[in-house]
Write a protein that binds this ligand. Structure first.
Ligand code: GLY
Length: 356
């Protein structure tokens, strides 16, 4: 499938830049009416990504706030640390926070900014594939608590997003695969041709055209439903089971699953549920399983752990009342939201994954 790159994508009151993005960032900083600049990084992006940004800053002064990398640190303690640094450095309401990093940085930084002094501006400079195609776009900010992902958060749109594919060259292959799961999801939920294109592409470092297509798909869905009352739930395909598996792994494995690895498992389970409940064909589920099991390593899911995972699914913030809610597929490229799944159905779906 041929695709041309749109250099700028318009979202809800802000632009996502896909070309010449660090110069666009420099221009934004230069022309914005800001009193102070803060850059939020982790120990990896400080080393690998900050120099590329500094090069463009041409002497502009800023204060650096660094937190520890890793989903286990996306919590209130690190958020308090960011608030405290903003206070200590004298941030005022005209300050700009630049979130330079992966999903933990853009989620936590966005949350810290959206609540500091009732909200200061922030922009996202996503440095992982996962944050480029998902977390940085769409205005979800948040932190985890009590083993529940993103349970505390706000919908606050950034003032701009600057995506530069050069950052991906510093990432280990496992991190690329983590973001790829969200790109594959975008094809599965709304664009069968994009799914086919991804299947047949060299995905070692996805092209900026493919990244752009994912951003366009996600952005279109977000614009139609910014606060997830209906259509945005499409983006939750694979995430009811996936988040439970991810949380379980975070709590129990030393070398825990990445977000994308967990979502790939979730997409397999929820594709199996889609055959039972929403009309996905056997041929389609086989296609999905073939692609995902080729890309992602098998995770051991002993049956003795299924109850713990169902308990995590019950706590998922996407549920309403006492039911467990999934977004499923009607076919590759069309989705069905608000599909209530029973504990038995979810247990069977985990069993299906374990049997592969
Ligand atoms: N990551 C799903 C969403 O932004 O809605």
């Amino acid at each position: 499938m041929e695709s041309t790159l749109q250099s700028t994508i318009e979202s809800i009151g802000y632009n996502v830049y896909l070309q010449d993005s660090l110069n666009e960032l420099a221009n934004f900083v230069e022309t914005g009416n800001y009193s102070k600049f803060f850059i939020l990084t982790d120990e990896f992006t400080s080393v690998h990504c900050l120099p590329l940004v500094e090069e463009k800053f041409a002497g502009k002064t800023y204060d650096l706030i660094e937190i520890n990398a890793g989903e286990e640190n996306k919590n209130i303690d690190f958020c308090i640390g960011v608030w405290k640094m903003l206070i200590d450095f004298g941030a005022d309401r005209r300050s700009l926070l630049i979130n330079l990093g992966g999903g933990v940085i853009t989620d936590l930084g966005g949350f810290a900014a959206s609540t500091f002094k009732r909200g200061i501006d922030f922009v996202n400079v996503p440095t992982t594939l996962l944050s480029q195609v998902d977390a940085s776009v769409g205005g979800k900010t948040g932190i985890d608590m009590d083993s529940i992902k993103n349970i505390i958060g706000t919908f606050t749109q950034p003032k701009a997003v600057f995506i530069d594919q050069a950052f991906l060259k510093t990432l280990p292959p496992r991190e690329i695969l983590s973001g790829l799961a969200e790109m594959l999801k975008h094809g599965l939920i709304v664009d069968a041709a994009y799914w086919e294109a991804l299947k047949n592409s060299d995905l070692s470092i996805p092209s900026i055209e493919l990244i752009g297509q994912s951003v366009v798909i996600k952005n279109r869905i977000v614009i139609s439903d910014p606060t997830e009352k209906s259509h945005r739930k499409a983006l939750n395909f694979g995430h009811t089971v996936g988040h439970a598996v991810e949380t379980y792994s975070l709590d129990n494995d030393k070398d825990h699953l990445t977000h994308g690895e967990a979502i790939a498992i979730g997409m397999i389970c929820e594709s199996w549920l889609s055959v039972k409940k929403t009309g996905l064909s056997e041929a389609e589920v086989n296609d999905i399983v073939k692609v995902l099991t080729r890309l992602y390593p098998k995770y051991q899911l002993p049956e003795s752990n299924f109850d713990a995972m169902i308990e995590l699914m019950k706590k998922d913030k996407k549920n309403e009342g006492n039911t467990i809610n999934c977004t499923l597929l009607k076919s590759i490229g069309t989705y069905a939201i608000n599909q209530i799944c029973t504990e038995d159905e979810l247990r069977e779906s985990l069993k299906y994954y374990a049997s592969l």
